[in-house]
Ligand binder design. Structure first.
Ligand SMILES: [Zn+2]
Length: 331
């Protein structure tokens, strides 16, 4: 289960940084606490179900929820560290630490959720031990199914709300992406566990339970490896979305004196920040040959360049609050 703060969906960062910061912080904290509490409850319930049955599918889900409990702690830790101010040794800030800690969370899932489950499932299949029959376990899995269903419904609803603005989608935001993949894997995991244990109850054949636990291990491996790949790409400097490029280009083009945007590179430097480098050609009010004639004309030329460059910086900062490390090169 993963819950999210409203701020995660607000792609438009308020220009009033101070206010926006505090607000977002509170939302993220609340969402983290809810996620943590619900996952602890699910972990205890699923381990109880496993203890009563010895079912490998239920073991898989208990291990899965255990890993899910460490997730919000790691993501919160990463979020806090990424918000530390810039300083001499980190002049571009710490935004990318978000990607690092969400990579750690995904690796945790791969080890605890997938590897442990696969080892346990293979062991159960080899010994052929039959799980106990427990109505309590069935109730617990039904409750988990409802919980995961509600959580995914809330996520989809929240994402829809975020998308209809000028949102850039979930793919560049590891927090949102982790949320979608996680919620999907959570729901599928419980369904597979219910299927494995249910088929065992119906047929009396423990092989079903063992095979379905391996399916859960594969599901967790696939979702965590996908997230690992995304975060590695973001850590090593992936470009921002096309929509973000367009917004920055628009902010540059609307400045008086800009003749052409020659090139523009925007790279994700955190979950909600981009660093961008823009090359522009600045139109001159007087023919260029006139500048060569006197010193005062040259000074005029330089002043014009500086004015336009400052106007570009201001325009980008105003229209794209996510841009935090802007370099403007004038040709
Ligand atoms: Zn999960």
């Amino acid at each position: 289960v993963v819950f999210t703060g409203a701020s995660t969906f607000h792609k438009e960062v308020p220009v009033d940084h101070h206010h926006g910061h505090h607000h977002g912080n509170g939302d993220t904290r609340r969402a983290t606490v809810i996620t943590l509490v619900v996952n602890v409850v699910l972990t205890v319930l699923k381990w109880t179900a496993y203890t009563f049955t010895g079912s490998p599918s239920l073991f898989a889900e208990a291990a899965h929820s255990s890993a899910d409990t460490t997730n919000p702690i790691l993501l919160w830790f990463g979020y806090r560290r990424s918000k530390r101010p810039k300083h001499a040794r980190h002049p571009y800030g710490h935004g990318r630490e978000t990607f690092f800690w969400s990579l750690m969370a995904a690796q945790m899932m791969l080890i605890i959720g997938s590897v442990l489950t696969a080892v346990h499932g293979i062991h159960s299949l080899r010994t052929g031990a039959a799980p106990e029959i427990s109505p309590l376990a069935v109730w617990i899995m039904a409750a988990a199914l409802i919980g995961e269903g509600l959580s995914i419904a809330m996520t989809v609803k929240g994402l829809r709300r975020g998308m209809d603005g000028k949102g850039d989608g979930a793919t560049k935001n590891p927090v949102l992406l982790a949320l979608l993949v996680e919620n999907g894997a959570d729901l599928l995991g419980v369904m597979l566990a219910a299927g494995g244990y249910g088929l065992y109850l119906l047929t009396g054949n423990p092989v079903w339970d063992g095979v379905f636990s391996l399916c859960i291990a594969a599901l967790l491996a696939a979702s965590s490896m996908f997230l690992i790949k995304r975060n590695v790409s973001l850590i090593t400097g992936e470009t921002a979305t096309d929509a973000m490029h367009e917004r920055i280009a628009d902010a540059v083009k609307k400045v008086d004196g800009v003749q052409n945007v020659d090139s523009l590179i925007a790279v994700m430097s955190g979950a909600d920040s981009v660093s961008c480098r823009v090359h522009v050609t600045i139109g001159q009010p007087t023919p260029l040959t006139a500048y060569a004639e006197s010193r005062s004309m040259y000074v005029q030329y330089r002043n014009h360049q500086t004015r336009v460059r400052d106007a570009i910086l201001t325009s980008i900062r105003e229209l794209v609050p996510q841009a935090d490390d802007i370099v403007v090169v004038c040709g």
